[in-house]
Design a protein around this ligand. Structure first.
Ligand SMILES: Nc1nc2c(ncn2[C@@H]2O[C@H](COP(=O)(O)OP(=O)(O)OP(=O)(O)O)[C@@H](O)[C@H]2O)c(=O)[nH]1
Length: 373
């Protein structure tokens, strides 16, 4: 089956969940470490033990949440995947907001003087990590960077002595934003490429299963289906019937009208099969040349013989329409069934239906014959 746009969106979401899961895990620990260093050098733990401890506890909880929130499996619905992403982003952005508050405190409180360079370096590092790692959602990443980083140039701008560092940080912010835009573009491009490759692979798979002239399954694919269905049917107590159809005197059509008309005739024949064997469970195939097959799971031999007879009759009554005009063709059909009780073997079922088809040929063609009847 070809995947539609909905499947593409779902696969992209699953991929984003996997990427986000992988990229969020460690980040929280670095914020905790950053606070341990900054708070330690600013003597926060002795001067403001409650505030220092609360901030450390908050970073710890936020870091732990990233591990604890289990990503949904790829089988779970899109709404769950999107909800998980929203929750993870809330945690990531909350961590950033807390760091922004810590940085503001460090810049405003003179007691933080010895720890300021560390606080500024951490902000630069976290913003850079955002630009590289959180390229999946550009707008959310921009917000995260703003929360972490903006207190520095804004508050430093109030201090005339810090002009050089303000300008440097403003320039670096431009760089970080550019990096984020680029990594976001690259991320989207990678997803697009994956999608294109998946479509191409599906297309090749589809082609490898299909007979190009009629669009029906080819022999190789049909044999696989027959084997699998036979194995499934064993012990299921559900019957299964195979029809083998062979156009009569097809050589004459080629001889009288040309090989090209013969090809069109085969395509029209396949169309007629699709019109008549409409059950969604039916497997239709061109086995080669002018030989076709229909596998009818869940259908008894008697019932299938009735459908085969209806097809034969419709073909006899309504000629195939070609450019050259209507061409009357007849078909010989062999029917063989498995009752779902005795062991079913796909190859044996095919031999039985083929045998019945040859009997139909031998008895004058344009008829349906059931194996063993
Ligand atoms: N146009 C066309 N002819 C094909 C194709 N594959 C096989 N054939 C022709 O189908 C004909 C089959 O001939 P036979 O096997 O003698 O059978 P028949 O003439 O249908 O006679 P019976 O099966 O005995 O009724 C041959 O002439 C093949 O060349 C194809 O893909 N296109």
């Amino acid at each position: 089956m070809e995947e539609g746009g909905g499947d593409d969106a779902r696969l992209r979401l699953i991929r984003e969940v996997a990427d986000t899961r992988q990229r969020v895990l460690l980040g929280g620990v670095f914020y905790l470490a950053g606070w341990a260093v900054v708070g330690g050098f600013a003597s926060v733990y002795s001067d403001h033990p409650v505030a220092g401890g609360l901030i450390a506890a908050a970073f710890l909880v936020l870091a732990a949440l990233r591990f604890v929130m289990r990503a949904p499996s790829s089988e779970q619905p899109a709404a769950l995947q999107a909800a998980w992403l929203d929750r993870q982003w809330t945690v990531v952005l909350a961590t950033s907001a807390l760091w922004g508050a810590v940085l503001s405190w460090a810049l405003l409180d003179p007691a933080f003087e010895p720890a300021r360079p560390a606080a500024l370096l951490c902000s630069i590092a976290y913003a850079t990590a955002y630009a590289h790692n959180f390229s999946m959602r550009r707008e959310r990443a921009l917000l995260g960077i703003a929360l972490i980083y903006l207190p520095a140039p804004v508050l430093l701008a109030l201090d005339r002595d810090a002009l050089a560092i303000t300008v440097t940080m403003a320039v670096y912010l431009v760089y970080v934003v550019l990096i984020l835009f680029r990594s976001h573009r690259e991320y989207e491009h990678r997803l697009d490429m994956d999608e294109a490759l998946r479509h191409q692979r599906d297309q090749y798979e589809q082609l490898s299963r299909t007979d190009p002239l009629t669009g029906l399954a080819n022999r190789r694919h049909f044999s696989g289906v027959l084997e699998r269905r036979s194995a499934d049917a064993q012990g299921s107590r559900s019957p299964m019937t195979l029809l083998v159809l062979d156009i009569d005197h097809f050589k004459r059509i080629n001889d009288d009208h040309g090989h090209e008309a013969g090809d069109v005739c085969l395509a029209r024949f396949a169309e007629r099969m699709r019109e008549l064997f409409v059950s969604p469970d039916a497997h239709l195939a061109r086995l080669g040349g002018e030989e076709f097959a229909v596998l009818l799971p869940g259908v008894s031999t008697g019932e299938a013989a009735g459908v085969a007879e209806a097809f034969r009759r419709s073909l006899a009554e309504r000629p195939l329409r070609l450019r050259e005009g209507p061409i009357g063709v007849s078909v010989s059909i062999g029917v063989a069934g498995a009752d779902g009780r005795s062991p079913a073997d796909g190859a044996e079922l095919y031999r039985a239906a083929d045998r019945a088809m040859y009997r139909a040929k031998a008895e004058g063609r344009d008829r349906v014959r059931i194996d063993g009847a």
